[in-house]
Write a protein that binds this ligand. Structure first.
Ligand code: SAM
Length: 454
């Protein structure tokens, strides 16, 4: 097999390697990959038995690797050559794979990726001694699924405009020419956008660019440090030519938003289907589930698991802009929604009103890294919680002591999920349904849905 591209370690990583007494010589080592780590790297051992995590490799492969970062108990490495390839290895779909900080599993077949996610979840549950049914899988397209992205912009010393993402393991930006995990309507904008920024009077004033695919089509938001009228005209011409909506956010401390082309003043929405669909307006600072098809399947499964909900009281914790609250309210449930950001609670309540569901939803701002005071979670019929990666340990302990009959936990981190589910099981719950949702194909990230009953 061919030699693989040289990966340059960041300066601080290089310094750590040189300073570390346990670092490998800066040579290359041969090894056989034993297994995949949870975050999708091949694991082998150095001659002295130290674990080495080699990115972009698969179990069973014989590889030549070079260590780029050394720690006391393990090393991190990149492959130089694949001597014996796994039959599960595939050609990565993106030319930037290995450099880009986004995807980490493009070298594995989609079946391998999904099996790995199921095994990762099982392993976390086993570590916590949680008794659970075999996880099922929800999945959509393996590429072209991301409906939101943030692109960085940098102008290098030669005046060349770089539009792209951060490098793997670094803060540094690199230029992209493609991103096959984006929905086609967003991916096709990469080159024209770069061209447009290059032709601005002041490309250095561009901070970052956010792309959203919505019910109204593509919406682009450009962050500008300064308002330059000629550049606004050029951005407007670009938006008209591409048939997209475009707004600019100008200034640093108190930025102002200006719509320069399209429908921004009416808002952008995402629709969730059902017998009676709901549409959610969102803003660029709001949390949005990036994979529309998998999100729809999650909402469908939630509805299927939770059965008839008319007149039920549902507490939706970490509610965002109402992704679960509104479909549940549509089924007749009374929703108490809690969310940390005031702006998203406001949006959730606006969304409830716009969908004729305001009499079914109350929204509250609350910091859910702590137990929720003044609300009797036990008297709800169902608690839905969908925390960020840190999980919801305090809430899980509270629910373990005073929780309702049923809890639906949606999680983007299997380790903190398993920790919290273990608390719930100690409190008398058992896992009755378990599903892995492949929300982020080509990466090792997994989304999980767990239904627990007392
Ligand atoms: C994974 S998102 C889920 C949002 C929503 N359920 C959805 O499906 O779109 C997690 C949400 O938790 C909110 N959040 C994060 N930390 C929080 C905290 N300490 N207290 C309350 N909400 C928090 C975020 O603002 C975000 O909206």
């Amino acid at each position: 097999m061919a030699r693989l591209g040289q990966k340059r370690a960041s300066r601080s990583a290089t310094r750590r390697v040189l300073e570390s007494r346990t670092a490998h010589e800066q040579g290359e080592t041969e090894g056989v990959i034993e297994r995949l780590s949870y975050e999708g790297r091949g694991v082998t051992r150095s001659q002295d038995g130290k674990a080495v995590f080699v990115e972009r490799t698969l179990p069973g492969e014989r590889v030549v690797f070079a260590v780029h970062t050394s720690h006391r108990r393990f090393d991190e490495a990149h492959p130089k050559e694949i001597l014996v390839a796994s039959p599960e290895r595939v050609e990565p779909m993106c030319v930037h794979f290995g450099v880009c900080g986004g995807c980490d599993l493009q070298h594995a077949s989609i079946e391998t990726q999904r099996r790995h996610k199921l095994e990762t979840l099982r392993a976390h549950f086993e570590q916590q001694r949680i008794d659970a049914p075999e996880p099922l899988l929800l999945a959509g397209a393996e590429a072209g699924y991301r409906r939101r992205a943030r692109l960085g912009v940098r102008v290098n010393r030669d005046g060349e405009v770089l539009l792209g993402y951060r490098r793997r393991g670094s803060d540094r930006l690199f230029a992209i020419t493609q991103c096959p995990v984006l929905v086609p309507a967003l991916e096709s904008l990469i080159s024209p956008l770069r061209e447009c920024i290059t032709q601005l009077e002041h490309p250095r004033h561009v901070g970052h660019i956010q792309l959203n695919d919505s019910d109204q089509g593509v919406e682009v938001s450009v962050r500008l440090m300064k308002r330059v009228p000629e550049d606004l005209e050029r951005l407007n011409a670009f938006a008209c030519a591409e048939g997209i909506s475009l707004s600019v956010v100008v200034g640093r401390d108190t930025p102002s938003v200006e719509c320069i082309n399209g429908e921004a003043e009416h808002g952008y929405t995402l629709t969730i289907d059902g017998l009676d669909p709901v549409s959610l307006a969102f803003g660029s600072g709001d949390f949005v589930q990036v994979n529309a098809s998998v999100n729809q399947q999650m909402v469908d499964r939630l509805v299927e698991w939770c059965g008839p909900l008319a007149q039920s009281v549902v507490v939706d914790l970490f509610a965002g802009i109402g992704n679960f609250s509104l479909p549940l309210a549509r089924l007749g449930a009374q929703i108490q929604a809690f969310e940390g950001q005031q702006s998203m609670v406001t949006r959730l309540l606006d969304n409830a009103r716009a969908n004729g569901l305001d009499s079914h939803i109350e929204g509250h701002v609350a910091d859910l890294s702590r137990a929720l005071r003044g609300t009797t979670l036990a008297s709800a019929d169902l608690v839905v919680l969908d925390p960020p990666r840190a999980g919801a340990e305090a809430i899980a302990r509270q629910l373990a002591d005073h929780g309702p009959e049923r809890i639906l936990y949606i999680a983007c981190d299997p380790a903190t999920l398993a920790r919290d589910v273990a608390h719930l099981c100690e409190g008398g719950y058992r896992v009755v349904e378990l599903t892995v949702a492949d929300m982020f194909p080509q990466t090792a990230h997994l989304e999980t849905m767990v239904l627990l009953e007392r």
